[in-house]
Design a protein around this ligand. Structure first.
Ligand code: ZN
Length: 265
């Protein structure tokens, strides 16, 4: 595992316990700030974090309760680049009705299990599939507050039935240093690991990559972040693969390999 550099954390920041190997660490590392220090015991002036486990934030897109909370998820939130966007969306589904939000969470959990077994600390932006949101700006904030070494949003697309393949989206043009070389390197690692197992998208992006300026989670990230569209749920062949546990494990293994390759460099 790549050794982390020394990071000085400011007063009041209390590190959460590391994962126990089950990949179920739920809460992001608290951000520095008065709201997190009120009920905490006094902390030293600085805490040195060195050679600690890398932190990966997994962001399963959408949520199962979104469709019944339209007023809430249609609320406009900051989306970066001076724009606003709905808090969240319902996502897509296969023609047989297997919903994207369920696919995203199941794949994310599988990725989390693989990473936790490799001593990576995993933080999820959501852990159930019957809630609402969180909003896209909050999802980005979770990655920022966790000081994530990598943030990976997991989605599946809903395009015309003829289209197929995966693509990896990254913020373009970058809005901060993390969105530059680090995020582009993460996108490249993800492209390589996914392309070893799946065809690149033939209907969007270029060679499996898609630079985007309209994805709030990527725009608002201050950590290296990518969004993986695993495939097209409206394509019969890919929908069939996504609808089985074995198929979802294949997506998870490829995503995990991309993350680990990035972290180890
Ligand atoms: Zn989606």
């Amino acid at each position: 595992m790549r050794c982390r550099g020394v990071v000085l954390l400011v007063v009041g920041l209390v590190l959460s316990a590391c994962g126990d190997g089950g990949g179920t660490v739920a809460s992001p590392r608290p951000s520095a700030g008065p709201e997190t220090s009120q009920s905490r015991p006094p902390a030293p002036a600085t805490t040195t974090r060195q050679a600690e486990a890398p932190v990966v934030v997994l962001d399963p897109g959408h949520n199962g309760g979104n469709a019944t909370a339209l007023a809430e998820i249609n609320r406009q939130v900051p989306a970066g680049r001076g724009r606003m966007k709905p808090c969240n969306t319902t996502g897509t589904a296969t023609d047989a009705g297997y919903p994207e939000h369920a696919f995203n969470l199941d794949v994310a959990r599988r990725v989390g299990d693989v990473l936790a077994a490799q001593a990576v600390r995993v933080v999820y932006t959501r852990e159930s599939d019957d809630g609402v949101g969180p909003c896209v700006d909050r999802r980005a904030a979770i990655g920022n507050e966790a000081l994530a070494d990598a943030v990976v949003s997991i989605h599946a697309d809903g395009s015309s039935a003829q289209g197929s393949g995966f693509h990896v989206a990254y913020s373009d043009p970058p809005l901060n240093e993390a969105q530059g070389e680090p995020a582009q390197r993460l996108a490249g690692a993800m492209l390589a690991s996914m392309a070893a197992e799946f065809p690149v998208a033939d209907y969007i992006g270029e060679g499996g990559l898609s630079g985007r300026d309209d994805l709030a989670g990527l725009n608002l990230s201050e950590r290296p972040a990518v969004l993986v569209e695993c495939g097209n749920m409206r394509n019969a062949r890919e929908a069939a693969a996504m609808s089985t546990p074995e198929g979802r494990q294949r997506y998870a293994d490829a995503i995990s390999a991309g993350i680990l390759a990035y972290l180890r460099r």
